[in-house]
Design a protein. Structure first.
Length: 208
């Protein structure tokens, strides 16, 4: 078994029309044993940018604390919020500097830039960035997420349609993966004036 599958968990991000969504399941496990059902893998970096960190749970928390420190330092030095594009490169360099003893996480970045253009990306555990115009997936259910997302995603989805699409994608994918599931959280980011507006919703999933 891969160390990436020890704790389980999955994450997906999708692009809509002037909006972006990111979702993760809530399971924390030790192989087949479920330890907790409230372990979110997605963290808010700025009001309009989020990062998902599925993988080994200890490294999820370690990498998040490193990113939180570095984004706070960036904000103090630059006197502005970090953009999702810059965050993707920060995540990449943070992982790559530990490439000989890597953090076992595969991050997903989603957000809106200053002009309201949606951006998503993912990286592997040593920081190789995958930019996408439709969706990115990560975690133990990634193969199932690819299949569901390719079936359900369409261009230029409105925020509510995007929420429905990403919710159905995640719930149906984790139902087919023993290491993911037990509910989910979905964040939808859209522009509200000059600020990003984030809507956070909890989903109930199968509890078996």
């Amino acid at each position: 078994m891969s160390i990436m599958e020890l704790n389980g968990g999955s994450c997906v991000a999708m692009v809509g029309k002037n909006c972006v969504a990111i979702a993760c399941d809530l399971r924390l496990g030790n192989q087949a044993l479920t330890v907790a059902t409230n372990f979110s893998k997605v963290f808010p970096v700025t009001p309009s940018t989020l990062v998902g960190l599925p993988g080994l749970a200890t490294d999820t928390m370690t990498v998040w604390e490193k990113l939180r420190f570095r984004t706070n330092m960036y904000e103090m030095k630059e006197n502005r919020k970090i953009s999702p594009q810059t965050l993707a490169h920060l995540v990449s360099s943070t992982l790559y500097e530990k490439r000989f003893g890597p953090y076992f996480v595969e991050p997903v970045i989603a957000g809106l830039d200053n002009s309201g253009v949606p951006f998503i990306a993912s990286t592997d555990l040593i920081g190789c960035i995958n930019f996408a115009k439709d969706f990115v997936v990560s975690g133990t259910a990634s193969e199932k997420l690819f299949g569901m997302a390719e079936s359900l995603w369409e261009p230029d989805l409105a925020p509510e349609e995007l929420f429905e699409t990403i919710s159905q994608t995640l719930l149906n994918a984790v139902d087919r993966d023993a290491f993911s599931g037990w509910g989910a959280i979905v964040w939808v980011v859209e522009m509200d004036g000059s600020e990003g507006k984030v809507t956070k919703r909890w989903l109930r999933g199968r509890m078996d």
